[in-house]
Design a protein. Sequence first.
Length: 225
Amino acid sequence: MTALEATNTSTLPIVIYERLQSAILNGAFKPGQVLRQEDIATHLGVSRSPVREALSRLEADGIVTSRPHRGYAVVEFEPAQIEEVFDLRCLLESELARRAIRRRTEADISRVYQTVHELSTTPDLTDLASLAKWHDLHTSFHQALLEPSASPHHLNAWRHSYNLIELFTRAESRMTGNVRKPQEEHVKLAQAFALGDEENFVALTRRHSHHTRERLLTQVNQLQR
């Protein structure tokens, strides 16, 4: 993160929130790492008040936790939490997928194919910026698949859970170095979406979530032995 200069005070907490969100999701801060308000404020050249506001919002997102007398910390990777978060992802995305494929248009299909084409370029797994860019495209791909559902309340619930899901999804890629399998699944999802194959599309959506969860759980369980 770089220092913030001449940022409007009304938007400062939002800018800090976005900076911290990106840093956490992309691995600059590790699971369990304490986020000291004074250190962040000094680094960014701001007061502690907007930092505290940004951290409170990240806590509401579920990606940081408040510890009594210790401030905030990035959430730990606990197997039970990983299981629950991916169960939630599967529940939301399966229903959204079913609605989206019934309402998709030719423009939606074109958007999906354009995004999956951009996503096919393998990132440099040793470069956090390259991997972060790939994951941003990954998010855009899933948005392209699900937004045709035209179900604003379901989509809001999905977006609200986005940060915590992304925290685990991006960590899985960094820990396993495996983007080939997700790339193969993305192509199959795009094809099923284009063909209007509802049952296959929903099944692929579920499996895509399950496979990511299982790869991450394997890594976390190995680290905790």
